[in-house]
Design a protein around this ligand. Structure first.
Ligand SMILES: [Zn+2]
Length: 103
């Protein structure tokens, strides 16, 4: 499924939002709204990120798909925000258009 076809399903278009990219090590991650997402799959045109709690017992299903200046956010977290550190200098912030879809 392409991002374009997913995009047509989104219900709410949120305003632009900053996503922080942490690409500085072996396991890239992003931080969106104080939640960590770990890289799951990098495709030629988009990247799929899963909530850091996906592999935990609580199996959070929140997911972000980034493609250029767009991000599709799917699902809600079943836990409190995971990101508690201060943003680190090597993290790169990018303003993206966030599309939200409930699962
Ligand atoms: Zn989560």
């Amino acid at each position: 499924m392409t991002f374009g076809s997913i995009q047509q399903k989104f219900k709410v278009l949120e305003h632009s939002c900053l996503i922080y990219f942490d690409m500085g090590h072996k396991n890239p991650k992003i931080v969106y709204k104080m939640n960590d997402y770990l890289i799951y799959r990098k495709l030629p045109d988009k990247t799929v990120w899963l909530c850091a709690h996906y592999h935990r017992k609580d199996r959070c299903k929140a997911k972000v798909v980034t493609k250029g200046k767009d991000a599709l956010v799917q699902g809600n977290h079943n836990h409190l925000p995971t990101y508690k550190q201060k943003f680190q200098k090597h993290m790169v912030s990018q303003l993206v258009n966030v599309h939200f879809e409930e699962l």
